[in-house]
Design a protein around this ligand. Structure first.
Ligand code: AMP
Length: 280
C-alpha cells in the first residue's frame, strides 16, 4: 500500500496503476461505515484507492474542524487490512495552496437541509470531490447513503460537469441499536449516546406509516418529529424533511413512482447528528 501526500504523486500513481480504479473519499477516523465502502471498492476494482483528508472548506467558522476526530495511524492499518493499494492523505496546503480561488458551486440540490443549516458546506464538498476525481480519475467512486444529500450533490455535479465517474451509493451502516455510525458519535456523552437511537426510531416510525400507505409528507414528518420531541436529551431538531431522493426538492404528497428520502438533523448538546431513510 502506497501512502501519498502530494497531488502530483497521486496523479502519477493513478496513471501508472491498472484499471479499473475505485476511489473511496473519507475524512478518516474510519469505522465500519467507511469500511463497507472500501470493501465494495476492493471487490469491484483492480486498484482500490482511499483518501483521508479532513477538508477545511466544508466546515463552517463555528464548526468542529479543529476538533474533528483524527486517527491516522489506525486508519492506515485498517486500509492496509482492507487491501487498499493507494492512500491519498495530503495536508490542506497541498489541496488549497496559497491563492487557490476556484470553486464548484452546487445549485438547488444543495439549497435545503444541510445546505441551509451549513452555508458553504456543499461548495466545499463539491470542490474537494471534484479535485479528488481530477487527481485520481477513478472509474468508480463510493459514497454512503448516510450523507444522502451529499450523494445527491456529487451525482449532480458528476452529471452536470461530465466527470464520467460511476458513483456508487452504499447503504447506511448502523450500530445494533440503530444509531448510524459516524465519526462524530465519539463526541456523545454516555447519556447522549443512550438517547441517540431515537433518531433512527423516529425515521422508522414514519417509514412504517409510509409502508401502511400514508403519502402525506406533513403527516409523515409529524410522526417522526413527535418521537424526536419525546427525547429530553435532544436540544434541537434542525429539520425533518421529505424530499425527492435525486433532486432534494421538498415533496408534499409523494407518488409511488418517486423515490423519496426522509432526512433529519438533530442536536444533542453541541453534537449534531444526521440520518435518513429512503422510502420506496
Ligand atoms: P466522512 O469520513 O464522514 O466524510 O465519510 C466518508 C464516506 O463514508 C462518505 O461517503 C460517508 O457517507 C460514508 N459513511 C459515513 N458513515 C457511514 C455509515 N454509517 N454508513 C455508510 N457510509 C457511511
Amino acid at each position: 500500500m502506497q501512502v501519498i501526500t502530494t497531488c502530483a504523486e497521486m496523479s502519477a500513481a493513478c496513471r501508472a496503476t491498472p484499471r479499473p480504479i475505485g476511489l473511496v473519499p473519507t475524512m478518516g477516523a474510519l469505522h465500519e461505515g467507511h469500511l463497507s465502502l472500501t470493501r465494495q471498492a476492493r471487490a469491484d476494482n483492480v486498484t482500490m484507492a482511499a483518501s483521508i483528508f479532513v477538508n477545511p472548506t466544508q466546515f463552517g467558522a463555528n464548526e468542529d474542524f479543529s476538533t474533528y476526530p483524527r486517527s491516522f495511524e489506525r486508519d492506515l492499518e485498517l486500509l492496509a487490512a482492507q487491501g487498499a493499494d493507494l492512500v491519498f492523505a495530503p495536508p490542506p496546503s497541498e489541496v488549497y495552496p496559497d491563492g487557490f480561488d476556484t470553486w464548484i458551486e452546487p445549485g438547488a440540490v444543495a439549497e435545503g437541509m444541510e445546505g441551509a443549516a451549513r452555508p458553504g458546506h456543499f461548495r466545499g464538498v463539491a470542490t474537494v470531490v471534484a479535485k479528488l476525481f481530477t487527481i485520481t480519475r477513478p472509474d468508480r467512486a463510493y459514497f454512503g447513503q448516510k450523507d444522502g444529500q451529499q450523494v445527491a450533490v456529487i451525482r449532480k455535479m458528476n452529471d452536470d460537469l461530465n466527470l464520467g465517474v460511476h458513483v456508487v451509493t452504499m447503504p447506511t451502516i448502523r450500530e445494533p441499536d440503530g444509531l448510524a455510525l459516524s465519526s462524530r458519535n465519539a463526541y456523545l456523552t454516555p447519556e447522549q449516546r443512550a438517547a441517540a437511537p431515537v433518531v433512527y426510531r423516529a425515521l422508522q416510525a414514519a417509514e412504517s406509516q409510509w409502508q401502511a400507505g400514508e403519502r402525506n409528507a406533513s403527516l409523515l414528518q409529524a410522526a417522526a418529529r413527535s418521537i424526536l420531541q419525546s427525547e429530553p436529551q435532544l436540544s434541537a431538531i434542525d429539520y425533518v424533511s421529505i424530499v425527492d431522493a435525486n433532486t432534494m426538492a421538498p415533496v408534499e404528497a409523494a407518488d409511488d413512482a418517486q423515490r423519496v428520502m426522509l432526512a433529519t438533523a438533530v442536536r444533542l448538546g453541541s453534537v449534531r447528528l444526521i440520518d435518513n431513510v429512503v422510502l420506496a
